[in-house]
Design a protein around this ligand. Structure first.
Ligand code: BDR
Ligand code: CA
Length: 311
């Protein structure tokens, strides 16, 4: 069973990733959720994280607010994708469970120091600001991380916020650079994978037809979320980006990729936040990440539906 910290900017797809984790207590123990500014400002991402825990019937989960802006650049948000609240679609009540007092970065540091080395996995689903800030503040924790499994980046599919960059990496390229250079074992779920995990109408119906409150809320979230990709890319539904991270923890065999070198562009405005992935091994730069390229999408959606039915 994996102990994890989910670092997130909910976001409809972040919400589904959290629900998948909370619906899988045999494989995953959620030590805490740290919110970060990303899709929408921090005040919304932290309250959305609590809304999602309450939707799952888990007001006991510890939710922390982390960094409210990227390390060295102004915050770029994505209301054009996620709506003004970040979680447009279902009507979810204001959360009543508490926000923890501790800063999310300090929770990450204290948890990695307190737990046995190599037993805590970090699951970033948004900009990497909290993780990089923790690594800068407490470099001793880096070698204690079991694995970082993150959603971010793109290689063949290139960008969704600029022609060159994926949103999470673009928002805080400096943080991404710190994390990719940290030496911690990294698994990356880039757009190359998530654009193969589309919520088709049939898959959306399958969520709705689960019939529980969570299944209906998830269907309402993806209903809203898909309008952006449908209009923009003409695709058959929204890519469910972030749940690839938590699905990997439960069924890694759903994904295929390569262990390669990945560097982050932090200088050029034109290609800022690009994940320069040496997929073909044309340099001798050492591998620092397992960069996924493919997913068994039917297996992925079946897993999500199965676990959401348990909530
Ligand atoms: C990523 O950006 C956010 O909008 C989504 O939640 C996901 O984490 C996709 O590029
Ligand atoms: Ca996200």
């Amino acid at each position: 069973k994996r102990k994890i910290i989910i670092d997130t900017d909910p976001g409809q797809d972040d919400a589904v990733a959290i629900l998948l984790a909370l619906g899988s207590p045999e494989e995953i123990e959620v030590l805490g959720i740290t919110a970060v500014a990303g899709n929408v400002p921090l005040s919304l991402t932290e309250s959305n994280a609590r809304r999602v825990c309450e939707l799952a019937g888990r007001p006991d989960v510890k939710v922390f607010a982390g960094c409210d802006r990227p390390m060295g650049r102004p915050l770029v948000t994505a209301e054009h994708v996620h709506g003004e609240t970040g979680l447009n679609g279902p009507v979810l009540p204001d959360p009543t469970m508490p926000l923890q007092e501790q800063h999310g970065v300090d929770f990450i540091i204290d948890t990695l120091r307190a737990e046995a080395s190599g037993t805590v996995t970090l699951c970033p689903l948004g900009p990497l600001t909290n993780i990089a800030t923790a690594f800068e503040k407490a470099p001793d924790i880096v070698e204690k991380v079991q694995e970082i499994v993150l959603m971010g980046g793109a290689y063949f599919e290139v960008g969704n916020i600029t022609p060159a960059a994926e949103f999470n990496i673009y928002v805080d390229p400096q943080a991404a650079d710190i994390v990719f250079k940290s030496g911690a074992p990294i698994v990356v779920m880039p757009l190359d994978v998530t654009h193969k995990a589309l919520v088709t109408p049939a898959r959306n119906d399958a969520f709705r037809n689960i019939g529980n409150r969570v299944g209906i809320a998830v269907a309402e979230m993806t209903d809203f979320f898909e309008r952006f990709d449908k209009e923009k890319y003409g695709s058959d539904g929204a890519p469910l980006h972030d749940p690839c991270v938590t699905a990997y923890l439960i069924k890694p065999e759903l994904f295929k990729g390569r262990h390669i070198n990945v560097e982050i562009e932090t200088q050029s405005e034109l290609t800022m936040g690009m994940t320069v992935a040496d997929w073909w091994g044309v340099t001798d730069r050492p591998a620092n990440a397992t960069f996924m390229g493919d997913v068994d999408s039917d297996g992925f959606f079946a897993l999500i539906a199965e676990r959401i039915a348990r909530l």
